[in-house]
Design a binder for this molecule. Structure first.
Ligand code: ADP
Ligand code: MG
Length: 316
């Protein structure tokens, strides 16, 4: 199977929203009147962003999901994406399920594959997503203000727990392992929540590198500090059965959660909960933005927690 056959068979579909899709030198996109294009790329490298054990269908899902998560964090509506793919060989047993996982998530979010590049090489997947957002209404990292509440969607830490189980640093019962492995391999991008938070959240970011590191980006961009209540961070039943030390590492420094962290004025709690309901995902308050610079973590009794030793590394 040559490069062009491969593209034709797996990655060429008629477009409905784009003005021009796969097949020419460029794709053509037509954002709506008054909309800004939101653009983001994420590259997935074997061994660093996924393990060789991941089923191809899940890899296709994840490659797009992590990109959709960036659109979600900006409150952008997905439009189109491109796929740059380096493959060791043109292998149908890989390509068919990979394309299936990729394109079924694309269909679920009404986002179209409009182009890309294909080459031989070590497995590497780079997707660029294009979304649209009304001019000036994108959610940014820079808008958090003292007094805002800090929220997260979903539950944190399962992906890190799965990674540790793969690494052999801990052992999980079969069903628990299956559940957290699914969380790691098929994250759910919170696109509907991002849209529901437009005009409500003062800042947002998606959690890809771990809560402490990603919240740190928001604080830096916003010129603010924060206190987070460690034991308020939502976690799954599987994670809640692990030792306290593992729970703390996974929720605070886990990475690969692909949930949203966002801030909103404290008098908007009801509106934030309503946004979560509309989007079909739990939202949980975990702390406050403060004028005093720095990130402070406290336990349920309000006692300071030492976070100096928590690495932000992931797949390192
Ligand atoms: P060029 O040589 O002009 O870069 P290519 O021959 O690489 O074009 O690609 C031909 C067409 O197929 C282009 O429209 C390109 O966007 C598309 N394409 C290439 N690889 C992929 C892919 N992995 N997924 C989707 N479209 C692709
Ligand atoms: Mg090319």
């Amino acid at each position: 199977m040559g490069e062009f056959d491969l593209i034709a068979e797996y990655f060429t579909r008629p477009v409905r929203r784009a003005a021009l899709g796969v097949g020419d030198d460029c794709a053509l996109l037509q954002p709506g009147a008054g909309q800004q294009l939101a653009v983001s790329s994420d590259m997935l490298v074997e061994g660093r962003h996924f393990l060789s054990t991941v089923p191809p269908e899940r890899l296709g899902h994840k490659a797009l999901a992590v990109n959709l998560s960036d659109l979600a964090a900006c409150g952008a509506r997905p439009l189109a994406f491109t796929l740059a793919l380096a493959l060791p060989r043109a292998d149908r047993a890989f390509l068919a399920p990979f394309a299936q996982g990729l394109l079924s998530l694309a269909d679920a979010h009404d986002i179209e594959l409009v182009g890309g590049d294909t080459t031989a090489g070590p497995l590497n997947i780079c997707i660029t997503v294009f979304g649209e957002v009304p001019a000036g209404r994108a959610l940014l990292r820079s808008g958090a203000r003292a007094g805002d509440r800090i929220w997260v969607s979903g539950r944190l830490g399962d992906a890190r727990l799965a990674l540790e189980a793969f690494r052999g640093t801990l052992t999980l019962p079969g069903e628990d392992f299956t559940a957290v492995r699914t969380a790691m391999e098929t994250p759910t991008p919170r696109v509907a929540l991002g849209l529901a938070l437009r005009g409500l959240a003062t800042s947002a970011i998606d959690l890809s590198d771990g809560l402490l590191g990603d919240l740190g980006h928001v604080l830096k961009a916003s010129g603010a500090g924060a206190t987070v209540e460690r034991d308020a961070i939502p976690r799954s039943g599987v994670l809640a059965r692990q030792s306290a030390a593992w729970q703390h590492t996974c929720v605070l420094a886990g990475g690969d959660d692909y949930e949203l962290l966002f801030t909103a004025p404290a008098d908007q709690d009801d509106a934030v909960r309503a946004a979560g309901l509309r989007a079909g995902v739990d939202v949980t308050p975990i702390g406050r933005i403060e004028a005093q610079p720095g990130l402070r973590v406290v336990d349920a009794q309000g006692r300071p927690v030492d976070i100096a030793e928590r690495g932000f590394d992931h797949f390192a």
